[in-house]
Design a protein around this ligand. Structure first.
Ligand code: S3P
Length: 428
């Protein structure tokens, strides 16, 4: 899909299900590969990122079969991966590159992990440093960037304090720790998404947690599991936001993941006046899920700072896109990490929202988008970043005149059927 025209819509209403959670899908696939026995994962994410994880596992000798959203993975046990002589291609997926690096650090062979242009610009020192402390040897382009050449080794557990709040770094260390000798503890500055911890426990590992510290004994064997993945809240949020800004909308999304480390964005929207209702709560494999209903409403806006910013890092683009539709605007601070995502998301948001006529101020670690602004349709450039493309689409739904989103196919990185679902739910 090269370009996508987005026209203003009347309402975004109905019922739908979003694809399986991307973060959870990566983790279930990796742990299933390391387990003993054959796991089955249902509602596996169709995201291009998760396809990369499966493709890398295949390259490492893991047998797996995918039928629609169901993936059967034949685990090879902790020492059963085979050397891949070609580069492992993580594509656009930071989670694939970083989590896989944790696993590869403990292997008795050399691997090379590479990615696309965007991923090659993203910092990897953050995983290299702890994995080298555990005993692996890693060389990176300019010391920080992909491709990484990872020379695996018998690892030792470490006590590690994360310098940045990052679930990917935490997970890389925990996966390496699982395969290491001795105990590994990780302390994070802010509780980030805990899917790795929950998944490890589900696959049978003993793992202890107290507040921001996680402790894991190494050399534990995992057992295969039958699993199902809840819908992805970080995808659902784009449809919920679309419904919020179009008066008269009422939308229900079924079976969405509601893990408390992911729901800060719902708390923020609720505090701004969004009528959000949760029903049908269930817990599967330690992961909370439920149905989310929302209706359009006037939003007050506000300032987002501090630890909760890290807990809704993937939702900040869509919150910024809601800014012009709020009463007082939206200000996001303490979000340095947004600069090193799939694109420089602060720069991309500032550029595109301004093209639509929004009043935006840029900060080194955030942005401020004024409220009560009538947007106009424009030519938008998401810089190849899926979440920027979807945030642009949400902003465009209430603009005057049509917008054109360049390279809109990039939404496939996390939410391949985003535009189809949006079309099904919208009335012009
Ligand atoms: C993810 C962690 C976050 C998030 C990314 C997915 C994960 O990245 O932005 O989309 O699955 O662990 P960081 O760990 O870099 O914050």
């Amino acid at each position: 899909m090269a370009r996508r025209i987005v026209r203003p819509v009347q309402t975004v209403s109905g019922v739908a299900a979003v694809p399986g959670d991307k973060s959870i899908s990566h983790r279930y696939a990796l742990l299933a590969a390391l387990a003993d026995g054959t796991s089955q994962i249902r509602n596996f994410s169709p995201a291009e990122d998760c396809r990369r994880t499966l493709a890398c596992l295949r390259q490492l000798g893991v047998r797996l079969v995918q039928r629609d959203a169901t993936v059967d993975i034949v685990g090879v046990g902790p020492g059963g991966l085979r050397r891949c002589w070609r580069r492992l291609q993580a594509g656009n997926s930071g989670t694939t590159a970083r989590l896989l690096a944790g696993v590869l650090a403990a292997q008795s062979f050399v691997s090379v992990v590479d990615g696309d242009r965007s991923l090659r610009r993203r910092p990897m020192r953050r995983i290299i440093e702890p994995l080298e402390r555990m005993g692996a040897h890693i060389t990176a382009r300019e010391g920080d960037f992909l491709p990484l050449e990872i020379t695996g080794a018998p690892l030792r557990g470490i006590d590690y304090e994360l310098p940045v709040p990052s679930a990917q770094v935490k997970s890389a260390v925990l996966l390496a720790g699982l395969l290491a000798e001795g105990f590994t503890t990780v302390t994070e500055p802010v509780c980030t998404r805990d899917h790795t911890e929950l998944a490890l426990a589900e696959f049978g590992a003993q793992i202890e947690r107290s507040e921001r510290t996680i402790r894991l004994a190494g050399r534990q064997r995992l057992q295969a599991r039958q699993l199902s993945v809840p819908g992805d809240l970080s995808s659902a949020i784009f449809l919920l936001a679309a419904a919020l800004v179009r008066p008269g909308s009422a939308l229900t999304l079924y079976s969405v993941g509601l893990n408390p480390t992911r729901t800060a964005v719902l708390d923020v929207l609720t505090s701004m006046g969004a009528p959000i209702r949760i029903s049908g709560l269930v817990v599967h494999h330690g992961e909370l899920a439920g149905d989310i209903s929302i209706e359009s409403a006037g939003l007050s806006g506000g300032k987002l700072t501090g630890p909760r910013v890290a807990q809704m890092i993937d939702e900040l683009p869509v919150l910024a896109a809601l800014g012009p539709y709020t009463e007082h605007g939206i200000e996001i601070r303490d979000a340095h990490e947004l600069r090193v995502k799939e694109s420089d998301r602060i720069a991309a948001l500032v550029e595109n929202l301004r093209r639509m006529g929004a009043r935006v101020e840029e900060f080194p670690e955030g942005l401020r988008v004024d409220g009560r602004t009538r947007l106009r349709g424009a030519e938008l450039d998401p810089a190849g970043d899926h979440r920027i493309a979807m945030a642009c689409a949400v902003a465009a739904l209430g603009a005057e005149g049509e917008s054109c989103i360049r390279d809109a196919g990039c939404v496939a990185v996390s939410f391949p059927n985003f535009f189809e679902l949006l079309d099904q739910l919208t009335r012009h």
